[in-house]
Structures are given as C-alpha cells and as structure tokens.
Design a protein around this ligand. Sequence first.
Ligand code: KG4
Ligand code: ZN
Length: 341
Amino acid sequence: MAEDRLVMAFESSADETSVAIVKNGHEIVSLETATQIKSHQRFGGIVPEVASRHHIEQVTVLADAALTDAGMTYDDLTAIAVTQGPGLVGALLIGVTAAKTIAWAHQLPLVPVIHLAGHISAANFVEPIQYPALALMVSGGHTELVLMRSEYEYLVIGDTRDDAAGECYDKVGRTMGLQYPSGKTLDEMAHRGTPTYDLPRAMLHEDNFDFSFSGLKSAVINLMHNAEQRGEQVNLDNLAASFQDAVVEVLVTKTQRALTEYPVKSFIVAGGVAANQGLRDGLTEMMQHFPKTRFIPVPIALAGDNGAMIGAAGDIAYRHGKRADLTLNANPALEFDYLDD
Ligand code: KG4
Ligand code: ZN
C-alpha cells in the first residue's frame, strides 16, 4: 500500500491565520485557525498592517499547535503547502515566509497554492470531486465560474466585471449599519424578511457567464439614502431579503446556464459566500434539473478561509509536481494561469 501523504498547509491571505495538516488530500488531521475579525471590525474592513501583525504573532503558534494536535513532528510530513496569492501582499508574505523557513529547515518540498483552488478543493473533504467539474467560487474577493476538465486544470469561464458577491454583501451591510463582515447577518435578516423591494438583476439575460454586482450595491445604497432624505423607514429585513433574492437569482441562473453548456459530473459551490443559506437552497433546487451531476456544497465550516482547503489543493499540486524554491514570493494578484509556469 502506498504511504500516506501528510501536507502541512499555511493560509494567511486576509484576516484568518490558519495552519492545517491534511492526509491524502481529503482528511483533516488537524486545523488551527486564529481569526482577527474583531481587530478589523471597528474600521469596517480589513486593515492590511493590522492583519500582517496578527499573522506574525499567530503563525508559528498555530504551526506548533497543528503538529501537537496531530501528534506528529515535522519528520512525519510529506510537504509544506502555502497560499501564494491572491490576497493582501503583507499578509501573504507572513505565510509564505513561515512555509519557506519550515520547508528549508526540515528539507521538505515547498508547494505554492492559489487561494481560489484551495476554496474549490475543500469539496474533497465531503466526497471526491468527479471530473469534469464546475465550481461556483464566491468569496469576498472573487466571483467566478471555474471549469475543471481534470483535477489540475482550472478554466475561468465566468467572472465578475466589478464587485465580488461577498464584497457586495459587506458594502450593502455597511450602508445598513451592520458590522463587518456582514454576509452572515444579512443572510439571517433575509430569512426573517420578505422581498418587497424591487432591485436590479444585472447581466441576467446576457449570453455569457459573467457577473456584475456594483449596480445592485448602488441601488441599495440609493434606496437607503432616498428613504433617509424623505424621513421614511426602511424595513431592513425586507431589504435584506430583496437584496439576497437578487444576488441568488443571478448566481443560480448563470450557473444553470454554465451547467447546460458544460455537462459535468460534479458541481461545487465554494468560498465564504457558499455559506449563504439562500444560495445553498437556490442551488439545491436548480440542481434538480441536473440529476446526473453531483452537487457538492463545501461544508459551511470550511467555506471561509482556512488552512485545510490549502492542504487539499496543496496535495493535488504536490502530486502534479508543482514545487517552489526559496525565491518564492507572495503574489497579491495570482490567477489560475500560474499553473502554466
Ligand atoms: O472566502 P472568504 O472567507 O474570504 C475571501 O477569500 O474573500 O469570504 C469572505 C466573504 C465575506 O465577504 C463575507 O461577508 C462573506 O464571505 N460571507 C457571506 C456569508 N458568510 C460569509 N456572504 C453571504 N452569506 C453568508 N452567510
Ligand atoms: Zn478566500
């Protein structure tokens, strides 16, 4: 029997420092995460310098904890994986530097991972992704439809022209006076409300798989401002429900179109916004039209940024021979075509 692969993975692209040990790409042996959300909340978004400082404080502590939890030493590991990008450059650098140092000190292969592949690979913790596969990657920074003909081929067939879905949630939430990040709160409000406000669904009827959310964001902001000027009360739960309906309708409709054009064996929804209950429900219903396609929503606990997903993607990259040496640098604008290097 082949020996188990044990990948230690580092994630530090935004406001979570996270280290995991993942076995054979689909089993979480240990996962240690430190969130910094509280430090950023009073600023209404991530402050890059504050993020870097927290990552520095946490990264080695979490690596030690991940080993202790797993009952392992560095000698047990097969490889070190790390998020190279995209994300905040100063934040990424902390994970990259920690991973390089550990890989060098313990003579382990160093495997760079694109954060977005990490989000998608988290589906492997549920069941093995069957290829070809399609993923809807919805996070704070990205909204993409990604076609994978095999496990290490990522083709972006749809992308946002402006804001990402999560970014739109956070900006709309801010206008409503909610704390950052407001996706989860808006999701809960939406379930209490009724969609009574008429909001735009951008690019719904265009013959492509692209998205646009800035018009929707502006529509909500204008509605709030106009009501304030007229001294009218806005029912925030109803507005949240109307907003969520618009986001979900666009995401579900475009995904359905992509699945019709590209028949796949697995469909994955991943990224922080994949935790959204309205989206999960909408996709589940839509998937009834595709009985031959397995629907794999990433577990809510693994939808947001975490080291385990980087371990899952790192295992795939490791098996495909992706390696970095000690010149590896963080790349805040990393895209899927980095695989061609
Ligand atoms: O993937 P992620 O943790 O970080 C990025 O890579 O961007 O995603 C964070 C985003 C935030 O914008 C947050 O508001 C959003 O995911 N989010 C949600 C929900 N939970 C988190 N958006 C909508 N509904 C949710 N339940
Ligand atoms: Zn992310």
